[in-house]
Ligand binder design. Structure first.
Ligand SMILES: [Zn+2]
Length: 217
């Protein structure tokens, strides 16, 4: 596996410092499980993060999101990945993510998105992100999905291409709202990827909820 698209420095540092919401952390931890280069970078980032934390008050840190991920991962992703690497079986879905799904790909309960594409929403302990597996048929575009903010997409099998390049297994695309991209699975195989986005806006008023689908907000 040749990984060409890695975790950005700021994302890795946020992860190392425990300031990422659980949803984003799942994508980062899953890339780390697949990428020895980024595991090495994480060690450095944790040292930098530790240095930064020494200068702050402990109560200034918001540990809840990090701890919920840690509780599920129960140990460092790098250590977990090391163990996964020596297993005889070769699961398509690496460990941190497999724990959320309750198994490898055969455990995934797909729901159709139309045009042959399917998704499986993944439940997390927070509601600021939306985490899903997407399965895109070979040669087909990723279904329209609106997101205003950041989107992390990690390829698990197959590949997709968009204006910014080609993304194969292990590659992580980090797109913000300013990027208009229309990813398309490459023609050779279905593409299965993990997609994390900002959660859609939720309105408390039932009136707004009623008009939401009409206005498309
Ligand atoms: Zn990497």
């Amino acid at each position: 596996m040749t990984i060409r698209h890695h975790i950005s420095d700021d994302l890795l540092l946020s992860y190392a410092m425990g300031s990422l919401a659980e949803g984003w952390s799942i994508a980062v931890a899953t890339h780390l499980a697949l990428c020895p280069d980024c595991r090495r970078r994480l060690v450095e980032a944790e040292e930098i993060g530790g240095g930064l934390l020494e200068g702050t008050q402990p109560q200034a840190i918001e540990p809840s999101s990090w701890e919920s991920v840690r509780a599920r991962l129960s140990e460092r992703p790098a250590e977990k990945a090391g163990r996964a690497a020596v297993q005889a079986e070769k699961p398509i879905i690496p460990r941190p993510l497999r724990d959320y799904l309750g198994g490898d790909l055969e455990a995934v309960k797909w729901r159709s998105l139309g045009k042959g594409a399917s998704q499986c929403l993944i439940r997390t302990g927070e509601n600021t992100t939306q985490v899903r597996l997407l399965k895109i048929p070979a040669g087909k575009p990723v279904p329209e999905h609106s997101h205003g903010g950041r989107e992390l997409t990690l390829v698990l099998s197959g590949a997709f291409e968009d204006e910014t390049g080609r993304f194969g297994p292990g590659d992580l695309e980090d797109a913000d709202g300013s990027v208009t991209h229309q990813p398309r699975a490459t023609p050779d195989a279905d593409c299965i990827c993990l997609a994390v986005t900002d959660a859609p806006l939720r309105f408390s008023s039932w009136v707004v909820r009623l008009v939401q689908p009409i206005l498309g907000i």
